[in-house]
Design a protein around this ligand. Structure first.
Ligand code: TYD
Ligand code: MG
Length: 455
């Protein structure tokens, strides 16, 4: 047995120190340091005899039978985010707020895969088998041949997996409920989560089974968030959404086997999650008619064009320092756009509160949203509605020039398909002749657009 030493681990960032402290030196979090017993790591400790490994060619020889590298779940919105299906032997983390629908999503994925003939095991550490079964029944998945287990001990789970037909996919819901004898601390602590994840990931690599770990995102440091697992797994998917609304977005933030800018869009219904193949219709669905402060952004999420309404409210402020509040966009970027509008376009926001919201609970990360945000801000300040048939896209630089963005043609096509007639975008976009029938108006400087709105 390895020598056991006492150590102190920050539950927020995982930093290890030799003594307890009220504040973590590494991440600055308060009251997050917890005493843990170091069990010498996993793998048997120093007494273990080395074993000869195996080297194989990077590329298998032609004709060699290598099983299909990817397994599609059959739920397109999910497969898009994983980069075209599960990679054998990989480990994924699906994170999200409690109650957002992670368990629902994964039982649906499990059922879809099982129906296609792949063996799937769903291990629930949070719900009893009867509860999972009840949910599956309600979702109309009762006939799917998914194997269920309610276990929380990693050793038990690994032993259980040996007894079933080698599964293509194992879902662990959730990593925070697991515990292993290797570590002497409570389930949910960094040490437990990290070690449990390590053991399961090793199982995935050794057997070729894909392992999906579910993790709750927690704001307080008492239970280890999935962050400590993020760098250990091959892909990290976040399931996001606005609790009050019905749509949910699955987003890859890390993917060793695919792009990280793809999203999958779902709608939570009484019968589980429904795939939304055309998100633009959804995000624009709540729009009635153009009012001041609303601008439609012709955006891109991964390879897919998505139209979304940007809403701004600019109102006189009674505060010395006016408020700036943003939902769904970067606050620093809003400050930048406001500064550019002030410095280069003569628009003054100093006496006004500014609120910005991306409709539908979507989060925009593309800089191409700048022009639409600027249009929404100016429109609200001037009290002038933008044309209901207009879309906007383009990045705004600090000098106030409108920069070209990727895939202008694709954005225009989507806008045209949804009945928009005019688009404002960067002049140097290289719109091909014979493109969409809609009218494209190139903008070189942000000031030109401001002048048109205010005129
Ligand atoms: P769940 O998958 O349990 O969330 P998580 O695993 O992320 O904690 O989903 C919880 C919410 O989803 C719950 O508030 C109810 C809602 N829900 C539906 O609206 N329809 C359904 O068919 C299901 C199964 C859940
Ligand atoms: Mg759950």
């Amino acid at each position: 047995m390895a020598k056991r030493t006492l150590r102190f681990v920050c539950q927020a960032c995982g930093a290890v120190t030799g003594k307890w402290g009220g504040k973590c030196e590494s991440c600055g979090e308060w009251n997050s340091i917890v005493e843990e017993m170091d069990g010498g790591g996993i793998g048997g400790g120093p007494g273990r005899k080395p074993r000869r490994g195996r080297v194989v060619p990077l590329m298998p020889l032609a004709g060699a039978t290598d099983s299909a590298p990817r397994i599609r779940s059959g739920i397109d919105e999910f497969d898009r985010v994983t980069g075209g299906g599960f990679v054998r032997g990989s480990a994924l983390l699906v994170g999200g707020d409690p109650g957002i629908g992670k368990s629902t999503l994964l039982i649906q994925v499990a059922a879809a895969l099982a129906r296609s003939g792949q063996p799937v095991v769903y291990v629930s550490g949070e719900e009893a088998v009867a509860q999972v079964r009840l949910r599956a029944e309600r979702l109309g998945l009762a006939d799917a041949p998914v194997q269920l287990a309610a276990e929380t001990s990693v050793e038990d789970i690994l032993t259980t997996l040996e007894a079933v037909e080698r599964p293509a996919l194992v879902i662990i819901d959730s990593i925070q409920t697991l515990w292993t004898e290797m570590v002497e601390s409570a389930p949910g602590t960094v040490a437990q989560v990290r070690t449990a994840a390590q053991m399961l990931i090793r199982h995935a690599k050794e057997t070729g089974t894909t392992v999906v770990l579910v993790g709750h995102v927690t704001k307080d440091g008492t239970i280890a968030g999935p962050r400590v697992v993020e760098h250990m797994v091959d892909a990290v998917l976040y399931f996001e959404g606005d609790g009050a609304r019905h749509f949910r977005v699955l987003r890859a933030v890390k993917n060793r086997f695919g792009a990280t800018d793809e999203i999958g869009v779902f709608e939570m219904t009484g019968k589980g999650l429904r795939e939304v193949a055309n998100p633009s219709e959804l995000f624009l669905g709540e729009r009635n008619r153009a009012s001041p402060g609303a601008a439609v952004f012709a955006g891109l999420e991964g390879t897919r064009p998505v139209l979304v309404e940007i809403q701004a409210l600019v109102a006189p402020s009674s505060l010395g320092t006016p408020r700036r509040a943003v939902v769904g966009w970067d606050g620093n970027r809003l400050s930048m756009i406001l500064a550019v509008l002030e410095a280069h376009c003569g628009v003054r926001f100093g006496q006004h509160d500014v609120y910005l919201n991306i409709a539908g609970g979507l989060r925009i990360q593309e800089p191409a949203g700048d022009l639409a945000v600027a249009a929404a801000l100016v429109s609200s300040l001037a009290g002038v509605a933008l044309g209901a048939d207009c879309v906007y896209f383009g990045e705004v630089s600090l000098s106030g020039s409108v920069r070209p963005v990727a895939q202008a043609q694709l954005r225009l096509k989507e806008a045209e398909k949804l009945g928009f007639a005019r688009a404002f975008g960067p002049l140097a976009t290289g719109i091909e002749a014979g493109g969409p029938a809609m009218r494209f108006e190139g903008v070189e400087q942000l000031g030109e657009l401001v002048a048109r709105i205010a005129a």
